[in-house]
Design a protein around this ligand. Structure first.
Ligand code: PLP
Length: 371
């Protein structure tokens, strides 16, 4: 699904040097590489504060801890997402309120979102799923009208851009109150281990996030509140500095692969290609087809015989997961999510796909569906 070695080989010298510099410096934790990376990411995203942390799940958790939510407060998020989004809400004893997604873009359905608001709602967590931004214009309008915080889960969409109705373009994750991301190796900006970051333009919230991510420490050995220990390693920061400089090229490589797939599959009645929405660029963390009248299992088996991996993101909706069973929700409550879970299939998507690879994958897919 991804070719991390192929990508590494192309930047091996730079990455190896960056790693060895950290090894030689012995500044393994909170060293200058971490500060430089945060600063460079602030510049790239055009956001005031980037606070690195240990992973994308921590980033979501710390963001929620920084906003002073109280147990039982309701947080609205999409039912079609990776578990981490809802996990941290539940972990903090907040109440995840799920809403269905749009069948075209796979991101949160804003009409359903509006209907889910109650007096206990405190925040919305849109997920920029598969590399495309949710409808941030509408989400911000709803949030402003109801005085809600917005935490953008940008783990799959770093580098994507969103154009607001006023014509201003923003990087994904910098429109809401807080944005969070992950540097898990297979993410669009991935390190060689775990990593994450939190973004905000709000000085006070940024200060609070820094304190929480560092044991609630306000000054050395003074702990103003209960925090967590969540840091980005210096070695990972050094690697990310190298890769951040290539991020736009990486996005373009993914878009090239997606365009090749689109061209091959468009107008095929059995394959629905991912919709592109005008207000947002798509950075294709995943290239996800919706199958129509084809057996997904048989197709995956066929592709496997051709040496082509494929994945189902995500096979089980949140409300059908054992840990998230809730008397409020039952099978059939989120029909779009359930339909997608049964019919989506993601094809290999990464920065190293050659035209030959793409030709081989598309002709294999078409050989199966047109059989
Ligand atoms: C990967 C991912 C996360 C979690 O990131 P980790 O670094 O693995 O903790 C959260 N949300 C979404 C949508 C993700 O894809």
């Amino acid at each position: 699904m991804v070719d991390l070695i192929g990508q590494y080989k192309k930047i091996q010298e730079e990455v190896d040097t960056a790693i060895m510099n950290v090894v030689q410096s012995s500044a393994y934790i909170n060293g200058p590489e971490v500060k430089s990376f945060a600063k460079e990411l602030e510049e790239y995203l055009e956001v005031k504060h980037v606070i690195p942390c240990a992973n994308g799940t921590d980033a979501l958790q710390i963001a929620m801890m920084a906003l002073n939510f109280k147990p039982g407060d309701e947080i609205i998020t999409a039912s079609f997402t990776y578990v981490a989004t809802a996990e941290v809400i539940a972990l903090l004893k907040l109440k995840p309120v799920l809403v269905d997604v749009d069948p075209e873009t796979f991101t949160i359905d804003c009409d359903a979102l509006e209907r889910a608001i109650t007096p206990r709602t405190v925040a919305i967590v849109p997920v920029h799923l598969f590399g495309q931004c949710a409808n941030m214009q509408r989400i911000m309008e709803i949030a402003n009208a109801h005085n809600l915080y917005v935490i953008e889960d940008t783990a799959q969409a770093i580098g994507a851009e969103y154009v607001m109705a006023n014509g201003l373009t923003h990087k994904a994750g910098t429109i809401g109150t807080i944005g969070t991301t992950s540097f898990f190796p297979s993410k669009n900006l991935g390190c060689m281990g775990d990593g994450g970051a939190i973004f905000t333009n709000d000085d006070e919230i940024a200060a609070k996030i820094r304190v929480i991510a560092n044991h609630g420490q306000t000054e050395l050995y003074h702990h103003g509140e209960i925090g967590v220990n969540s840091r980005l390693d210096s070695i990972q920061a050094a690697i990310l500095r190298v890769k951040l400089r290539k991020l736009d090229n990486y996005c373009e490589a993914r878009q090239f692969a997606a365009a090749f797939y689109d061209k091959a599959f468009d107008n095929n009645p059995r394959l629905k290609i991912p919709a592109k929405w005008v207000n947002t660029t798509h950075v294709y963390h995943q290239y996800t087809l919706v199958l129509n009248g084809v057996s997904r299992t048989a197709m995956r088996e066929f592709l496997e015989t051709k040496g082509i991996p494929s994945m189902i993101y995500y096979p089980i909706p949140l409300h059908m997961q054992k840990a998230y069973t809730d008397p409020r929700y039952k099978h059939g409550d989120f029909p779009i999510t359930e339909q997608l879970c049964n019919h989506v299939l993601s094809l290999p998507m990464h920065t190293e796909l050659s035209t030959d690879d793409l030709q081989y994958i598309t002709s294999s897919v078409l050989a199966f569906v047109n059989k």
